[in-house]
Design a protein around this ligand. Structure first.
Ligand code: C3B
Length: 811
């Protein structure tokens, strides 16, 4: 379909009249948003149908990415970009006196995820469609996404995220494709024709209703599907006319309890929830997802034994690991296969990504609770466990009870989901080089020894369409002008920019673009926080979930050190800096919430202290999420990636920042190491213990934070300020921070890395003062960022794990 400006103008006006019953001069922004999205759907649907038809006709292998989280953000502009009509649409709107940015504002972020893991899933969706992978997302349509964060009196306060308050124009409800998910009850075993049959009875059924969202590939006419399930009570169960009058209210309560399954996203990022409702959600996702895949598979009319030749199921962390027993259940109980046949299919269909080695994130389920909620699934897991332990006994670990119990799927009355995921899949990958090495050497060493070929690395990536083309249009324009546009389909071609690293004219334009982005962000800060910041200062940015291992505290301590120095000595020489923070704390994570309070308390004090003459400003931006990140990241000079080494599996914010020309201030952790390798040591500022030093110190148990406190006057002053009356907060308020660092010996080595961090920050400052040098570094970062596009990552998954043949001109 040929599109031009006039046609778009005409279509918008018509759409408003026919779909919204309103004329353009009376239309609200919301009307325009709906008109625009419904108009785009005409363009998208045609290709969506074609893509699906082609998949079936050619029996192309399909991959289903199972994830409890999809952090999609807004879809309007990113769809316009991928269809290839953003510019003409923007112009058409302009001629109608409408600003596309204002329309975009109306759209609510689709925030169905916590952080890195959920956003990674969203970037993968974009890349799959764009590089031509027949791949779909499978998740839960939570009625409430991640909570909205407000800062009240310096504290985080959580509010519900009502993202569905207005109708979501991108989804289509497909009630007719609903499936039943069964909970509770009991299993009766009978023998029939010489075979055991498992009859699940007295269960409670929940209807899983799919809502499909098109995933539009970049200018390639391919449209994949994100299928999110919503829980509804079965109509016959909820038919309260059958109830006596006295049960009328109970009928609604029943409905409500069923629907609570897809009501709200668990807000814990990399923290295990261990609750009954969470387990229900996880099983709801995999059961609904696999039943729906089975239906699609049947359309192909292929023998069930070949299932894995046509279907790949990928599980995003262990949250959907019940895909293993659920696929077994369906193959055995519904498709009548024997155990060995079913196992062969299952273990060749499922692949698993591990996203963290932090023990508090490892999922474990209490056997009793599990059994009563999912009796048939429990039987299958027990059988998998028994067979696995027997195999260990008969092969490598004869007589080694300890080893076998360490590796067992069920032990000490708990089901270990990571073990289930590894045993039941053919591929286990980590998300950055160091992370995968640690899995092999430490956390999953036993499994690596046993299944060495199963383990592989797939370094994370980010969608350059969202994180550069969409969020930084001016930089995109400059790149296109300088090196042409083929980097968009093959992002490693950004390397062509390196030729201009020392070109003063190019450097100047890079600088101007950054300056403009900083001015834009300053305006947002003024509007939202009421703080004036100087776009001429260094924008030093730390945005991500609040976690002790991510060490927002280290950043805070450095600021306190600068502030203390300035107060002591007004001539203390520093380049003006704006420290910007953003991020949510899990509502139950007290320490993280105290750190937010500390940042805000410090901000109040520093920003209002006229003695330091605005040399430091501190801003905590509330409600950090995808859209805010799109405003913040293009404005960054410094990207803070300062986790305790070995703790951050990969990080993906680090990649977004470098792609936008920020310099990374990094520990040698996660993908920071891969970034260092890509840009070279001179284009990143590294500090702190490395993995080896950290592990040595950690294992020897000789670290003593008290010694550092006693011997470093800067630290002593700062820590005492937390306890004393320096911050006029309630007595003992911030002292849990003090206690964790001193009484509990500083688990994340904040004090240990402090000195090295201060020096690294000084180095940053000196580099920034050297304008040509800084600009060169910035260009090298942009030019080296192509390898961190999720197009590369997804290509590696598709060819290396999912065994797909890609017919794509670029890859
Ligand atoms: C995160 C990790 O903490 C990040 O290092 C990593 O970049 C991303 O996953 C994506 O791989 N993670 C998360 O957001 N939630 C979890 N439950 C576990 C890891």
């Amino acid at each position: 379909m040929r599109l031009n400006k006039d046609r778009i103008k005409r279509d918008i006006i018509k759409e408003l009249q026919t779909e919204r019953a309103i004329n353009i001069d009376e239309a609200s922004k919301l009307d325009i948003y709906y008109a625009l999205s419904s108009l785009m759907k005409n363009y998208i649907y045609e290709n969506w149908l074609k893509t699906n038809r082609q998949y079936i006709r050619n029996s192309e292998k399909q991959v289903y990415y199972f994830s409890m989280e999809f952090l999609m953000g807004k879809l309007l502009v990113s769809n316009l970009i991928n269809i290839g009509i953003k510019d003409i649409c923007q112009e058409a709107l302009k001629e109608l006196n409408i600003d596309l940015n204002e329309i975009e504002e109306i759209e609510k972020d689709q925030g169905l995820g916590n952080g890195g893991l959920g956003r990674l899933a969203a970037c993968f969706m974009d890349s799959m469609a764009s590089i031509g992978v027949p791949g779909h997302g499978c998740g839960i349509r939570y009625s409430y996404g991640l909570f909205e964060q407000k800062i009240v009196d310096g504290y985080q306060v959580e509010f519900p995220d009502k993202w569905l308050q207005n109708e979501n124009p991108w989804e289509i409800k497909r009630k007719e494709k609903s499936v039943k998910v069964k909970f509770g009850g009991n299993v009766r075993v009978i023998e029939e024709d010489g075979r055991l049959k498992f009859i699940h009875e007295n269960y409670e059924s929940v209807l899983a209703v799919p809502y499909d969202t098109p995933l539009v590939g970049y200018k390639n006419k391919r449209v994949n599907t994100l299928r999110l399930f919503s829980a509804e009570a079965m109509e016959q169960d909820f038919d309260f006319s059958n109830f006596s009058r006295g049960k009328y209210i109970e009928a609604f309560e029943y409905k409500h309890s069923i629907e609570s399954i897809s009501q709200v996203l668990y807000p814990d990022d990399a923290l295990e929830a261990g609750r009954n409702l969470r387990l229900k959600q996880e099983y709801f996702l995999v059961s609904a997802g696999i039943q729906s895949i089975m239906r699609t598979f049947k359309k192909l009319k292929k023998p069930i034994e070949d299932f894995h030749e046509y279907i790949a199921i990928h599980i995003n962390d262990t949250h959907p690991a019940l895909a293993v027993p659920e696929l077994m259940r369906i193959l055995m109980d519904e498709e009548n296969l024997g155990w060995d046949e079913a196992w062969n299919i299952t273990a060749n269909t499922i692949s698993y990504t591990n996203h963290t080695i932090m023990s508090e994130a490892l999922e474990k389920w209490d056997v009793e609770m599990f059994k009563s909620l999912l009796p048939r699934i429990y039987m299958i897991i027990s059988e998998i466990n028994e067979r696995f332990c027997r195999e260990l006994w008969n092969t490598k670990y004869y007589g080694d009870f300890d080893k076998i119990s360490q590796m067992a799927i069920i032990a000490h009355n708990q089901i270990r989901m990571a073990h289930l995921a590894i045993v039941g899949s053919y591929s286990v990958n980590g998300v950055a080089k160091l992370h995968t090495e640690l899995l092999k050497k430490q956390e999953l060493k036993d499994f690596y020894d046993y299944y060495p070929y199963r383990f592989n690395n797939k370094t994370n990536g980010i969608s350059h369409r969202r994180w550069l083309i969409k969020s930084n249009p001016k930089l995109t324009e400059l790149i296109n002008e300088t090196i042409g546009r083929d980097w968009i389909n093959l992002p490693t071609k950004l390397r062509k920019l390196l030729k201009y690293r020392n070109d003063p004219a190019f450097q100047e334009r890079i600088y101007q673009i950054k300056q403009n982005n900083k001015i834009k962000l300053s305006n947002i800060i003024r509007e939202k926080n009421g703080i004036d910041v100087d776009p001429g200062s260094i924008f030093d940015i730390h945005v991500k979930r609040l976690h002790e291992y991510k060490r927002q505290l280290l950043n805070v301590f450095h600021i306190m050190y600068l502030y203390n120095s300035l107060r002591e000595n007004p001539h203390f020489d520093i380049y003006p800096r704006t420290f910007i923070f953003g991020g949510k704390a899990a509502p139950s994570y007290n320490m993280a919430k105290q750190i937010i309070k500390l940042i805000n308390t410090l901000a109040d004090k520093v920003n209002n202290d006229s003695r330091i003459k605005d040399k430091i400003k501190i801003v905590f931006m509330e409600n950090y999420g995808v859209s805010l990140a799109e405003d913040i990241i293009p404005a960054a000079n410094v990207s803070q990636q300062i986790s305790t080494t070995t703790k951050e599996a990969s990080g993906t914010g680090n990649m977004k920042f470098m792609m936008n020309g920020a310099i990374t201030l990094a520990t040698l952790d996660g993908a920071n190491i891969d970034i260092k390798n890509a840009v070279g040591e001179e284009n990143i500022v590294v500090f702190g213990l490395n993995e080896k030093e950290f592990l040595e110190l950690y294992r020897s148990g000789s670290y003593n934070s008290m010694e550092l406190y006693n011997n470093d006057i800067r630290l002593k002053t700062i820590l005492n300020q937390l306890k004393g009356g320096f911050f006029s907060v309630k007595k003992d308020e911030l002292s849990i921070i003090y206690d964790s660092l001193i009484k509990h010996n500083d688990e994340f080595f904040v004090l240990k890395d402090f000195d090295s961090y201060v020096k690294a920050q000084k180095k940053i400052e000196n580099l920034y003062r050297n304008k040509p040098k800084w600009r060169e570094m910035s260009i090298v970062n942009i030019g080296s960022s192509g390898v961190f596009s999720s197009d590369r990552t997804v290509y590696e998954y598709a060819t290396g794990i999912w065994k797909m043949n890609l017919h794509n001109g670029y890859y």
